[in-house]
Design a protein around this ligand. Sequence first.
Ligand code: SOE
Length: 391
Amino acid sequence: MGIKDKKFVRVGMIGYKFMGKVHSNAYSRVPFFFDTDVVPIMKGISGRNEEAVKREAEILGWETYESDWRKLIERDDIDLIDIVTPNNMHAEIAIAAAEAGKHIICEKPLALTTEQAHKMLEAVNKAGVVHMVCHNYRFAPAVQYAKKLIDSGRLGKIYHIRATYLQDWIMDPNYPLTWRLQKEVTGSGTLGDIGSHIIDLARFLVGEFNEVVGMMDTFIKQRPLGEVAGDMGTEAISSQMGDVTVDDASSFLARFENGAMGVFEATRFAGGNRAGNRFEINGEKGSIRWDLENMNNLQVYFTDDEPGLQGFRTINCTGEHHPYTSAYWPAGHIIGYEHTFINLMVELMNGIATGKSPSPNFEDGLRNQEVLEAIEKSVYLKSWVSINKID
Ligand code: SOE
């Protein structure tokens, strides 16, 4: 498509740290690699600290900046609001953006509670805007290919999913009490932050959750107070201590509506694991395995393989037969973490072109939140809890 036939969507991003950087890169790369009908323009960002937001606008490539997010939402030259703030800001910003008629993309988890997530979904539906929640791992080509295999029946009936998201970045007891460790700002700890990703992958690949039972713990109960420069920085600036009010580790079992069984673990105390986002799915005709730290590969096993050759084999999902990858490099020339966000933004641009919210959208965010809430309830009750679906 020629440039003169393209439509432009002017983006206003609220927040600019780790996720802000990843999203900025994605917007700038979409037109470089993909011929979408709608093209993002990096119009403006906002952040409370004027000096810092000005500097980041320059570094990340945004045209303008604001020190009040409301101003960004009010502006006529903004069509899409991107929310990359701490979780306690998501609902207020998303509802205000929807009321102002802006399309919205929001970082995960969508909200602090199902009640908030439900209000956000109502607001976007009422406004008729396009919405999306940022579960980026769905957009790894190998994960998309796994979805194709499952949907085409290649694995047959699904029996099991076992999935982990293992990290170790807060194992040092001197790591400060950042926002991700405070319930009122983040909602929950490992559960919402990284458990929500594996819940999303399970919903994407296996189907809807039916019931769950969980276990959670907080190993380090107090940490030094103080802000740190980066989102996941390690510098404590105070010797005073504060309470950690979220989980350091969560595990849960699940039963899916289609009868599949799930075993899940999300922790920030799995020493040596930096981003151990992995799953294995076993079906009646085969199995698949994926590991973020080797994200271009999908391991597959089929029961109808020649008996002497049976076993897992590794497929490098970078060729013309694999989703998204032909837009990048020739087969075998691997892509990385940041490309999952570029692929996600391509879907958002296509969604804005057609007026249809791509998945995962706010409805997926709400479904995810229902699972998170059921797990927390089951930990409290020490029993299985059915997912309470809100319509
Ligand atoms: C921190 O645990 C974090 O940055 C999460 O917030 C992201 O969602 C995850 O993808 C990587 O780790």
